[in-house]
Design a protein around this ligand. Structure first.
Ligand SMILES: Nc1ncnc2c1ncn2[C@@H]1O[C@H](COP(=O)(O)OP(=O)(O)OP(=O)(O)O)[C@@H](O)[C@H]1O
Ligand SMILES: [Mg+2]
Length: 297
């Protein structure tokens, strides 16, 4: 899944870099040959234009080792709205989430991913992250030797394009950790190492809050959470939305309880690598009662 020398973390796949320094202030990393517009109104960091969705996935086909997994996915997420992506185990939800953030282990064989109107299909993960795309992983990876605070400092410096001090990160972190009911000692612990399932998920939301993305993809951020932790996580997402009302959220979940908390505007159903149904919140309720049988061949 993750290539040698790379680690999988919330916000994407990244190759560990020395801490510090982190190259900051540049939009396009070294070695990036894709097309990033230099127009101030387009490219990473540009505001979404009103005439197209924040995220627009069109006829996306993805394979792993020659085996097709996504077979023509169409899905659009609008600024300021919450979309739910549901579907049976193995239908391709996490694959879509990872491909949205440019995971190198998956081959896009056809189709396009547009973010704020830009074709990002072949953009590297870090450029997508800087542009405002964020992924909270279903199974966040542990990274030994990297304290949470250092990781966040690197990620935030890259996202904001300025070198942020440990003190600044600590202040921002403390505020959010309190909101998320996290112990302040978390910042000094190594990323996800020995974290309980619930602690990992809170840590993902902490990253979401600090990174201040424009699109957040939350892959089963509710799984493994007790009822209280689920409310804390949902409240965290709601608070992030309050501070950034144009945030687009794509929640991947199997459970109605997260959707009760976050009230999706649209629900998409993925089966066997394609979106087979799309509708309002009532679609999630129908799934809870009827299951996926209505869409099985
Ligand atoms: N790197 C990989 N190598 C081989 N097969 C893979 C890989 N990634 C995904 N798959 C396969 O693709 C299919 C879709 O997997 P995916 O993790 O996207 O499903 P999902 O919808 O997220 O399921 P769940 O609800 O269980 O999380 C599965 O059959 C899985 O085994
Ligand atoms: Mg999954």
């Amino acid at each position: 899944m993750v290539s040698r020398g790379q680690v999988q973390v919330a916000g994407g796949i990244r190759t560990p870099e020395p801490i510090p320094p982190m190259p900051v202030g540049e939009i396009t990393p070294k070695g990036y040959t894709g097309s990033v517009s230099t127009e101030p109104t387009t490219g990473p960091g540009a505001p979404p234009r009103a005439d197209h969705p924040l995220l627009d996935v069109e006829d996306l086909h993805v394979s792993v080792d020659g085996t097709p997994i996504l077979r023509g996915v169409d899905l659009a997420v609008r600024s300021g709205s919450v979309h739910a992506l549901m579907g049976p185990n193995g239908s391709g939800k996490s694959t879509l989430a990872k491909v949205l953030l440019g995971h190198p282990g998956y081959e896009i064989t056809a189709g396009t991913i547009r973010f704020k109107g830009e074709d990002v299909t072949h953009w590297p993960t870090d450029v997508r992250g800087k542009a405002g795309m964020f992924l909270a992983f279903q199974d966040p990876e542990s990274i030994g030797g990297v304290p949470v605070i250092q990781f966040l400092r690197q990620a935030l410096s890259a996202r904001r394009g300025i070198d942020i001090s440990v003190l600044e990160v600590r202040l921002e972190m403390m505020e959010w950790m309190e909101k998320l009911g996290m112990d302040p000692s978390f910042g000094e612990r190594h990323l996800n190492e020995g974290f309980s399932g619930g602690e990992k998920k809170r840590n993902e939301i902490l990253q979401l809050a600090l990174m201040d993305p424009e699109l957040a993809v939350l892959d089963e951020t509710d799984s493994g959470l007790d009822v209280d932790a689920l409310r804390v996580v949902a409240r965290g997402v709601r608070t992030v939305r309050e501070t950034r009302p144009d945030l687009g959220v794509l929640i991947i979940t199997h459970y109605q309880r997260m959707l009760d908390e976050l009230a999706p505007d649209r629900v998409h159903v993925l089966m066997d690598g394609t979106v087979v149904a799309e509708g309002g919140p009532e679609l999630a309720h129908r799934l809870e009662v009827e299951g996926f049988d209505a869409w099985r061949p």
